[in-house]
Design a protein around this ligand. Structure first.
Ligand SMILES: Nc1ncnc2c1ncn2[C@@H]1O[C@H](COP(=O)(O)OP(=O)(O)O)[C@@H](O)[C@H]1O
Ligand SMILES: [Mg+2]
Length: 294
């Protein structure tokens, strides 16, 4: 059994108008310990929803997630999550933001030791001189560095990344991707990572496997593509690598074919209500949302 086992996960949301929208349908996935997996898909297809389910923030409607053989019931203490919007506490300094997380992960440590751990990890992302600044006095790139330092400072076994660099400018994004790649390879023990991204290049740079996600509604995962290149990798070397070119072409073709299928499906449905969910069948108040153009 793999370290993370996601089996038959479905998730629907009821919209404000009482319609039920099936976002995820029958999603299964296995991730080995120490593996770095990227889930790649278009906006709105359900990537964040899936990551929230895999990390234990949200429960699936059906199906289950098991980590290390145990069915997940909430966030594991050994898991770190990095979101696109930094999610730092604005009234605390960078140092306090990281130290608080360290304190939650290692409550038995003295405050001094927690502080040292926080400083060391802030230094490792180049923020040694900015530890006393509050998030409002840091650039977007620096805030995301704090979020990454905080994730690594708890010495996580599991790392969940939801488009961690999506809000950054291209240059900052490139340097932070390199940073992340380095941190993953120097960490003392294997970190199992699931990253959501909408960038093929980002997925290529960091992943052992790329999983294309189909367009929603009823999104699921397509066939995985392995990236068999030594790590850490650089964006420059990926540009000229034949295997990288193959993977890139394969992933793009898979996503494009799926989008075409989704469009054809919508044309065929012609605005008719689509499948009824079990919930909809039970209650007359629930109808199915018309499929939304992606
Ligand atoms: N808590 C929620 N309640 C209702 N609808 C939601 C909720 N979370 C997500 N959705 C809907 O589910 C779909 C997928 O959202 P999300 O997982 O955030 O997509 P992605 O991360 O791929 O952009 C969207 O249509 C979104 O509006
Ligand atoms: Mg998202």
């Amino acid at each position: 059994m793999a370290f993370i086992e996601v089996a038959g996960v479905t998730k629907a949301f009821v919209t404000s108008s009482g319609l039920s929208r099936e976002v995820l349908y029958d999603v299964s996935l296995s991730v080995e310990r120490g593996e770095f997996v990227s889930i790649l898909g278009t906006m709105g297809c359900g990537k964040s929803t899936l990551l929230k389910i895999i990390s234990g923030l949200v429960a699936p409607d059906t199906g289950q997630v098991a980590i290390d053989g145990e069915v997940l019931r909430g966030i594991r203490p050994s898991a770190a999550i990095v979101f696109q919007n930094y999610s730092l506490l604005p009234w605390f300094s960078a140092l306090e933001n990281v130290r608080l997380a360290v304190g939650a992960a290692f409550p038995d440590w003295t405050r001094g030791r927690q502080r040292e751990q926080a400083v060391r990890h802030l230094e490792s992302v180049g923020l040694g001189k900015a530890v006393d600044r509050r998030p409002g006095h840091l650039s977007g790139g620096m805030r995301q560095r704090v979020a990454i330092a905080r994730a690594f400072a708890i010495e996580p076994e599991l790392l969940f990344l939801d488009e961690p660099f999506g809000a950054l400018d291209a240059l900052t994004r490139d340097s932070l991707q390199q940073e992340l790649s380095r941190l993953c390879s120097v960490a003392g023990r294997p970190i199992t990572t699931v990253m959501i991204t909408n960038s093929v290049e980002e997925a290529l740079l960091l992943s052992d496997r790329i999983l294309p996600m189909t367009a929603g509604p009823r999104a699921t995962l397509g066939a995985p593509v392995a990236v068999e290149l030594a790590k850490p990798r650089s964006a420059g070397e990926l540009l000229h690598d034949d295997h990288a070119a193959e993977v890139r072409a394969h992933v793009v073709a898979s996503l494009t074919a799926d989008l075409e299928r989704a469009r054809a499906r919508r044309r065929l449905d012609g605005g008719r209500p689509s499948r009824r969910t079990a919930a909809a069948a039970e209650g007359p108040a629930l109808r199915i949302a018309p499929e939304i153009e992606g």
